[in-house]
Ligand binder design. Structure first.
Ligand code: ADP
Ligand code: ASP
Ligand code: MG
Length: 414
């Protein structure tokens, strides 16, 4: 079995869906499991619906926008669109009905029940389209296979339950189409694996099905030494070791979800990152080989960071006990600390800014500590850095925190 993953950008329009079809046709005699994300920016649009609902603002126009986007794709792709249009309408109705019916559910739970419709719709459209084109396939509901706990928005995989459900998967098709990003609890609630989690879904499925390889089809030629949206100079890695890929993604290289690598490394399944517009190109392979191109520094940028400086109210030293209280607050809010540094009197951390959690974070910290913060700073991480690259990157920027280890530089700038 080969596992393919197509992200939102690769299926954002009619050409994208047709391109997915031609890539699958290149692998005619292979068993393939295709994992697909929500189309284009549909996850963001659905997220907007949840936010509007929560702020008690009008959300139906946003739902209509989502319906229209999918309908336009359906109109262009299908000869007979009756059945798939009915499915689209059913999903829109489910969103409306759910939002009208909920009462005490928490934000994160509501979020997952709504947001998952993006992947459900994209896979329904693609599966039906491929069938229409004579490419027979079976649509799978990932919620029945990827079993998780009920940590909504950041669900933890129950590996035993997932393995057991996948063991029961009948190999009665050569091509399976399923959703990335979503899973299901034992009591059949929908969960999600964290934003950008479709890559991780592909890896979970590949691990449990003992797949031959995973290919993530991308709008870039492979894993690059820097995000091409932010830099004009970069190189493609032909090969990366699992460990190097784990490090790069952990520090925020958004090309692959950070949790993707480990399950593949554990079963020694190679991960290919290939350009969806040039399937004949080699892309990047991530495997257990050496990291062959150590001399290429990799730059990872995280924007929209929150830098917080925390000190005690009585100006005593920051103790281990203080730091443990601070981390307890982060853990409770499920916030990941990207860099931290402590001096005698203050503890400074850099976190991803989350508007839904910001107020509670500052309030909780302020009950115990004196807090100062900078919003909208950027964190630059440079793997295998040298003096040249640091100088080039930092030119014209104000450095507010710097941390250098042997292989990695982390610098927060304004
Ligand atoms: P998908 O929807 O397929 O998951 P993403 O937008 O999440 O696609 O990821 C692809 C994007 O990741 C690229 O368009 C690129 O801008 C960005 N990116 C960030 N870092 C890197 C990197 N090191 N190498 C390649 N692409 C990167
Ligand atoms: N659709 C989800 C997101 O945008 C998952 C993914 O694309 O990987 O976060
Ligand atoms: Mg992605």
């Amino acid at each position: 079995m080969l596992v393919f993953k197509f992200g939102g950008a690769s299926v954002k329009d009619v050409e994208g869906v047709m391109n997915l079809k031609s890539i699958i046709q290149l692998y005619e005699n292979q068993a393939i499991l295709v994992v697909v994300s929500a189309m284009g920016k549909m996850t963001n649009a659905l997220e907007e619906v949840v936010k509007l609902f929560y702020k008690k603002e009008e959300y139906t126009a946003k739902i209509l926008e989502i319906e229209n986007y999918h309908q336009a794709l359906i109109d262009a792709l299908f000869q007979d669109k009756t059945e798939i249009t009915t499915s689209l309408k059913t999903h829109m109705q489910m969103i409306n009905d759910y939002l009208e019916s909920i009462d005490k559910q928490k934000y994160d739970e509501i979020y997952d029940q709504i947001i998952s419709h993006g992947e459900l719709l994209s896979t329904l459209i693609i599966s039906n389209y491929l069938n229409q084109e004579g490419i027979k396939n079976r649509w799978l509901d990932a919620r029945k296979y990827i079993k998780t706990d009920s940590t909504f928005r950041e669900a933890k995989v129950n590996w035993d339950a997932t393995q057991s459900s996948l063991d029961l998967l009948e190999p009665n098709a050569n091509l399976f189409i399923t959703q990335g990003f979503i899973g299901g609890t034992s009591d059949n609630k929908t969960t999600t694996l964290g934003r950008e989690g479709s890559d991780y879904s592909a890896s979970i499925l590949a691990h449990c099905l003992n797949a031959e390889s995973v290919t993530i089809w991308k709008d870039v030629p492979g894993v690059l030494s820097a995000d091409p949206r932010l830099f004009t100079e970069y190189q493609k890695f032909d090969q990366l070791s699992y460990s190097e890929a784990v490090e790069m993604t952990y520090y925020g290289a958004t090309v692959i979800h950070p949790k993707t690598i480990k399950p593949l490394q554990n079963s020694n399944i190679p991960l290919f990152v290939k350009p969806f517009l040039h399937p004949e190109e080699a892309g990047t392979v991530i495997n257990d080989g050496e990291f062959l191109q150590k001399n290429i520094p990799a730059i990872i940028v995280k924007n929209n960071q929150l830098l917080i400086s925390i000190s005690t109210k009585d100006f005593s030293f920051i103790s281990e006990l203080n730091i443990s209280h601070i981390y307890e607050i982060f853990a409770k809010l499920n916030l990941k600390c990207n860099v931290s540094q402590n001096s005698a009197l203050s503890f400074t951390v850099c976190l991803d800014f989350d508007e839904m959690k910001f107020e509670e974070l500052i309030k909780s910290l302020e009950t115990l500590f004196k807090v100062k913060y900078n919003e909208n700073v950027s964190l630059y991480t440079i793997r295998h850095y040298d003096a040249n690259i640091l100088q080039k990157i930092l030119e014209g920027k104000i450095v507010i925190l710097e941390q250098l280890s042997r292989s990695t530089a982390q610098i927060v700038v304004k």
